[in-house]
Write a new protein. Structure first.
Length: 461
């Protein structure tokens, strides 16, 4: 069996949980957002339906289909920008990881829609004029207003889509992927003009006003949340590295000092995107969770060495300027629905759960932390966790699961149930490597924990 170390505080009769939600609950924020997005799509289709001209012949049907594909692609392009604008409601209530998955899925649909739009429009127009497709398409691109910039923008979008494909993405440097992604804004600017100039549905004032409002809203969200807000906050809070501490071999804690950090109102479980303004690090902004309860002038992250970026953090010098964006993330106490809570951490996934272990509303005896690691030395922040367990009357189980040994998995339903009584009536917060999280999800579901009570966030996208 895996080695288990049990640190338990005193147990007492469960009491009421401050801030716990009860009674009838509102729909999940993710569901509400999806309803709004689908309603917008229905509105786009309705706009085409009420403004479409009579369709005659095969060419007319092809051009009509091209118009539909183009309008839906135009709508999803605006959504791509809005989803990645770091809008606080989406980041804090829906979750950064879920929003990123929506963005990736919408991006794949958008590229497909653009391809269908181009093929049907050009082919249908050439068929209508009984002209060769390739030569007529070239003439259209060079003669029709705004079509040449739109073609350039479409190629840029297609290039971004190719680089973002998982097969390619793993082989491309993050900096290349990131800066190519920024050309998306240029591409949308180049394609916007032809939508209004050539779109049959945009001849009316109302339709044009709606389209302008959609794109201006997306542009305003990006400028405010991704440009203005980070600049204002970093100029105000003036973050610098205070110290770097080795927690375990290859694992480091970075203490960051700033002024009036309480104004950022970071919540336990959230993360920032950190950019350290020194050689080799200034071009990358990586997400790292807070590993300690935020203070008025100090923030702490704990990072395990897993690549060039994280390895360089060990050599940060005190006084190094820091550019941070956030706080982001929905793995917070706001997700808690039940009085009993299990925190299930794997490896460096302990960082957001360590702050939740200290702050989540729970009566003594109703809060349990199960911490999985591959060796004793990988149990970082263990002394802090033991102190929190003793102070709060919580339970801490440290499980050392050495890879390659023929031992039962500590993440099966029976193994998890052995750590926690009445597991099925717990809220579970889950954070760790992807493989561990998948195995834990399966074990928790088998043990009877409803999916809506398993809370997790992933930064693997």
């Amino acid at each position: 069996m895996a080695a288990i170390h049990d640190g338990a505080g005193a147990r007492s009769r469960p009491g009421p949980v401050p801030g716990q939600r009860s009674g009838a609950s509102l729909p999940e924020p993710a569901v509400l957002v999806q309803v709004v997005l689908w309603a917008g799509l229905i509105g786009v289709l309705a706009l085409w339906w009420f403004t479409a001209h009579a369709v005659v012949g095969v060419a007319g049907w092809m051009i009509g289909a091209g118009d539909i594909f183009g309008m839906v692609a135009g709508y999803t392009c605006a959504l791509l920008v809005l989803l990645m604008a770091r809008i606080p409601f989406l980041e804090h209530m829906v979750g950064s990881d879920r929003v990123a998955r929506w963005h990736a899925k919408a991006g794949r649909y958008t590229i497909s829609l653009l391809v269908f739009h181009v093929v049907f429009e050009y082919w249908g127009s050439a068929l209508e004029r009984q002209a060769p497709v390739l030569s007529f398409s070239w003439q259209m691109t060079m003669i029709f207003p705004y079509l040449l910039p739109a073609a350039i923008g479409g190629l840029l979008l297609f290039a971004v889509g190719v680089v973002s494909a998982s097969v390619v993405r793993r082989r491309v440097l993050y900096e290349v992927w990131y800066f190519l992604h920024l050309t998306t804004y240029v591409a949308l600017f180049l394609t916007f003009g032809h939508q209004l100039a050539l779109g049959a549905s945009f001849t009316g004032t109302f339709a044009r006003a709606c389209w302008f409002a959609l794109y201006l809203s997306a542009a305003a969200a990006v400028l405010y949340y991704r440009v203005f807000t980070p600049i204002r906050r970093n100029l105000r809070h003036r973050l610098r590295v205070e110290s770097v501490t080795t927690e375990a071999p290859g694992t480091y804690s970075v203490l960051v000092r700033g002024s009036r950090l309480d104004e950022l109102a970071p919540r336990p479980g959230q993360f920032f995107r950190w950019r350290f303004l020194t050689k080799g690090l200034r071009l990358s902004a990586n997400p790292y969770s807070l590993s300690g309860a935020p203070g008025p002038d100090l923030l702490r992250i704990t990072v395990k060495q897993s690549g060039d970026h994280s390895a360089r953090l060990a050599h940060l010098r005190p006084g190094t300027r820091v550019w941070a964006e956030g706080p982001y993330g929905a793995l917070t106490a706001a997700r808690q629905r039940r009085g009993k809570v299990l925190l299930l951490a794997g490896g460096v996934g302990i960082t957001p759960l360590r702050t939740l272990f200290e702050t989540l509303p729970a009566a003594p005896g109703d809060l349990t932390m199960v911490y999985l690691a591959r060796s004793e030395s990988d149990l970082v922040l263990r002394a802090e966790l033991e102190a929190v367990a003793a102070r709060r009357g919580g339970r801490l189980r440290c499980v050392v699961d050495v890879p390659g040994e023929n031992r039962p998995s500590p993440l099966t339903a029976s193994a998890l149930s052995a750590h926690v009584d009445d597991l099925a009536v717990h809220d579970v917060y889950l954070c760790g490597p992807p493989g561990m999280m998948e195995a834990a999800w399966d074990g928790l579901r088998t043990a009877g924990v409803p999916a809506r009570h398993i809370h997790h966030e992933s930064f693997t996208l």
